[in-house]
Design a protein around this ligand. Structure first.
Ligand code: IPM
Ligand code: MG
Length: 359
């Protein structure tokens, strides 16, 4: 039996998470597993219920689970709270840090059925398969941050960007090892022409590459990488980069696949993995059953693969998604002429049908 913590969070979080849970339940039935799902509070929902976006009960639940499935956190309702009570800075970031989840894997892969869904030309994105490896517990997100008054009456607002040798080495190892199982190429992304932390990042990654003679390493400045991602994205295999660069580049990479609603993510490196869509809580669509649940369902497939070591089961979920897209079902974000529009629940239903049919 596997214990899975489910943290639906805010906005569209609950409605997309429930579809991923239903798909995992279908997988359990088909393959004869037992998954025990336990819900926990996180984000604005937790703040409203108990006064803190990351209650201790939620942390305990996570520590006592085999894996965590998370929806999304945040929304305008909680934007003006003090930093430490905001869903993003008060819950998501400390959860990642507390669990030691230093590696965030975000696969951007173009499904053949969706080559026309991207805003880029099909010949640019067809066959694209990129793995963004984002450093998740350091960098600009976790450096010292504060405000201080200035003599002239103004304020100085400060964020700092620092990386240590072990922090860079462990994420680089992760990237090289992933590349070995893929097309054998790592692109390390930095801003070494300006930032000291980037100059050191580049040095450490280069030194480490001696241990991976079978993997090709190249270095790109982040601005150039952003440009190359829309110019010729298929040149990339594994991209490894600083926390904030990775946040930005992964949203950009998602649009190559047709929609931000397609980008799953796995945060690993600690004892327990956390799986969540790369997109946010989309407050304006909350409760409308309009959102695309595929990023969350694919995050569920990553959960099966990375945390539970259930490879065949993970493949089954991915094949089911492929099949449903091939059959022409589309949520609103992916809708094209001649396709059949489905809502969040119906997309879940269609994928479950495929899991059950033995695809
Ligand atoms: C993401 C999100 C988060 C991040 C936000 C919600 C704090 O954008 O997971 O990419 O910046 O890490
Ligand atoms: Mg982001």
């Amino acid at each position: 039996m596997y214990k899975i913590a489910v943290l639906p969070g805010d906005g569209i979080g609950p409605e997309i998470t429930v579809q991923a849970v239903r798909v995992l339940e279908a997988v359990a039935r088909r393959f004869g597993h037992e998954f025990e799902f336990t819900e926990g509070l996180i984000g604005g929902a937790a703040y409203d219920a108990v006064g803190h976006p990351l209650p201790p009960e939620t942390l305990d639940l996570c520590h006592n689970s085999d894996a965590i499935l998370l929806g999304a956190v945040g929304g305008p309702k909680w934007d003006d709270l003090p930093s430490n009570l905001r869903p993003e800075v008060g819950a998501l970031l400390p959860l990642r840090k507390e669990l030691g989840l230093y590696a965030n894997l975000r696969p951007a892969k173009v499904f053949p059925a969706l080559v026309n869904a991207s805003t880029l030309k099909p010949e640019v994105v067809s066959g694209l398969d990129i793995m963004v490896v984002r450093e998740l517990t350091g960098g600009l997100y976790f450096g010292k941050k504060y405000r201080e008054p200035m003599a002239d009456g103004g304020i100085r607002a400060v964020d700092t960007l620092e990386y240590t040798t072990p922090e860079i080495e462990r994420i680089a190892h992760m990237a090289f090892q992933l590349a070995r199982k893929r097309r054998g190429k790592v692109t390390s992304v930095d801003k070494a022409n300006v930032l000291e932390s980037s100059r050191y990042w580049r040095e450490v990654v280069s030194a480490l590459s001696a241990e991976y003679p079978d993997v090709e390493l190249e270095h790109y400045y982040v601005d150039n990488c952003a440009m190359q991602l829309v110019k010729n994205p298929r040149q990339f295999d594994v991209l490894v980069t600083e926390n904030m660069f990775g946040d930005i580049l992964s949203d950009q990479a998602s649009m190559l696949t047709g929609s931000l609603g397609m980008l799953a993510s796995a945060s690993i490196g600690g004892d327990i993995g956390l799986y969540e869509p790369s997109h946010g809580s989309a407050p304006k669509y909350a409760g409308m059953q309009r959102a695309n649940p595929i990023a969350t369902i694919m995050s569920g497939a990553m959960l099966l693969r990375f945390s539970l070591d259930l490879t065949e089961e993970a493949n089954c979920v991915e094949r089911s998604i492929t099949r449903v897209l091939d059959l022409g079902f589309r949520t609103a974000d992916l809708m094209e002429d001649g396709k059949e529009l489905v809502n969040t629940i119906q997309m879940g239903d269609r994928i479950i049908e495929q899991v059950e049919s033995g695809v």
